[in-house]
Unconditional design. Structure first.
Length: 442
């Protein structure tokens, strides 16, 4: 299938409107400035200051310091609405959102519709190995997942919409979110009220994706990304001499049986039609050749698409550990965290995005409909609250040596994707407020 992907050098940007194509140099400049100053989750102070300064320069009303470093910008269109939709009137619990409603922005009882666009801002604890002029200036921190590009695309979208308010009739809320990589900024922003006042009707977001080449977009209804759950387990045995095992409870033997048994949970408990993963990524025990270890520790992760599995793996993994430990006379300490639910796209909004991509990208394979990954994303929390669509924007270009995977110290992407991302977002805004997405889903 990879051989049928288009040559990135042949990608035609003629369907990106001239006003957005003219923004490309600025998009690249913003992205590279952000790339040079990467910051970890909830530490994005310089990034937030950069975003806020641009929004202020363009006269876009926005609130800062939401969930520590998050920002929400609000832009209201001037085109008369073709119809109305009722919105709920719950007030925002975040003081800044309650106190400052942007000029021209409808209050919570406004009949205008509201579309949110989400972009994440944080970087990763990785030492960059790229030799480029815009290399990270922060030791041990790097934008190795494309969030600098997401922020630049969101800024470009905000700038264009502010300059072309006559082309849409509703309200757009652009959410600049901290800490997607961890510990998670989406939920705190939701709790702070970013989807309220005015109430958001739908949300969209994108992820630059080096698993797809430039000129392709991965968009689908239903599950796109998996739930993310983690577990730690310490096997508590009884150490002793390696030559006298009968005096011990061998934590290594117990741990080895646990690791093997955990693989049967998916193989024999999950419908083969469903997808799930149980991975033990770390196992440590012992210090010497002839010593039976007192303890063995393991760490692992669980991934699945079907929300019905929430709670199942936690229970089944502990049952498996407990049974094996009991049979060997060992004890255990077990901890489990449910981090992010699966990313589930709404049928109607996914079809809206798909129709827009067909207009923007003209290549042999523009849309990759079955693009899924067991990777996780806290965009899922937004999608639990309102219908929406998260999609992958292809950004790899092997010919330019821009195809390293995400979270790699040499990750980088083809910046041509930046203008394409802005164009897709802008057209989604225009089409959403024209109610075309409702026809698409019928």
């Amino acid at each position: 299938m990879v051989s049928t992907f288009p040559n990135p050098a042949s990608v035609d940007l003629s369907r990106v409107r001239l006003a957005i194509r003219s923004l490309q140099p600025q998009l690249v400049e913003w992205r590279r400035q952000l790339h040079q100053k990467p910051e970890l989750g909830f530490q994005e102070k310089l990034t937030a200051e950069f975003v806020s300064s641009k929004l202020q320069e363009w006269g876009i009303e926005h609130q800062t310091d939401i969930a520590q470093t998050g920002i929400v910008a609000t832009i209201t269109g001037e085109k008369p609405p073709t119809s109305h939709s009722a919105l709920s009137t719950q007030p925002s619990p975040h003081p800044s959102l309650r106190e400052a409603t942007p000029t021209g922005t409808p209050r919570a009882n406004s009949p205008q519709k509201v579309l949110a666009i989400r972009a994440d801002m944080d970087a990763l604890p990785i030492q960059e190995l790229n030799e480029v002029p815009y290399c990270s200036q922060h030791d041990g921190v790097m934008h190795a997942c494309g969030h600098d590009g997401h922020t630049a695309i969101a800024l470009g979208t905000a700038y264009y919409l502010q300059q072309h308010r006559q082309d849409f009739s509703g309200t757009v809320k652009i959410i600049f979110q901290p800490a997607e990589e961890g510990p998670g900024g989406a939920k705190p922003m939701i709790e702070a009220g970013v989807l309220k006042n005015p109430n958001v009707d739908a949300i969209i977001g994108l992820h630059l994706w080096n698993n797809l080449p430039l000129g392709t977009v991965g968009v689908r209804s239903g599950a796109l990304m998996a739930a993310v759950e983690l577990f730690d387990c310490t096997i508590l045995g009884k150490g002793g001499h390696g030559a006298i095992p009968h005096q011990t409870v061998d934590s290594v033997v117990v741990a080895a049986q646990v690791v093997t048994a955990l693989q049967t949970i998916v193989a024999r408990n999950v419908n083969p039609i469903d997808s799930a993963v149980v991975t033990v990524g770390s196992l440590h025990a012992g210090t010497a050749h002839n010593v039976i270890a007192d303890t063995a520790t393991m760490k692992g992760t669980v991934r699945y698409f079907n929300p019905a599995f929430q709670g199942f793996f936690k229970q089944r993994i502990e049952q498996t550990i407990a049974g094996i430990c009991q049979s060997h006379g060992a004890k255990y300490d077990f901890k489990y965290w449910e981090l992010y639910p699966p990313v589930i796209n709404d049928v109607a909004i996914a079809q809206l995005v798909r129709s827009v991509v067909e207009e923007v990208i003209e290549t042999p394979i523009g849309i990759v409909p079955e693009c899924q990954t067991m990777g996780g994303e806290d965009m899922s929390f937004f999608l639990q609250e309102v219908p929406g669509c998260y999609f992958f924007l292809g950004s790899a270009n092997p010919e330019k040596d821009l195809a390293y995977p995400h979270h790699h110290p040499r990750f980088d992407f083809d910046e041509t994707a930046l203008a394409m991302g802005v164009e897709i977002f802008v057209r989604c805004v225009e089409k959403f407020f024209n109610h075309d997405y409702q026809k698409l889903s019928s």
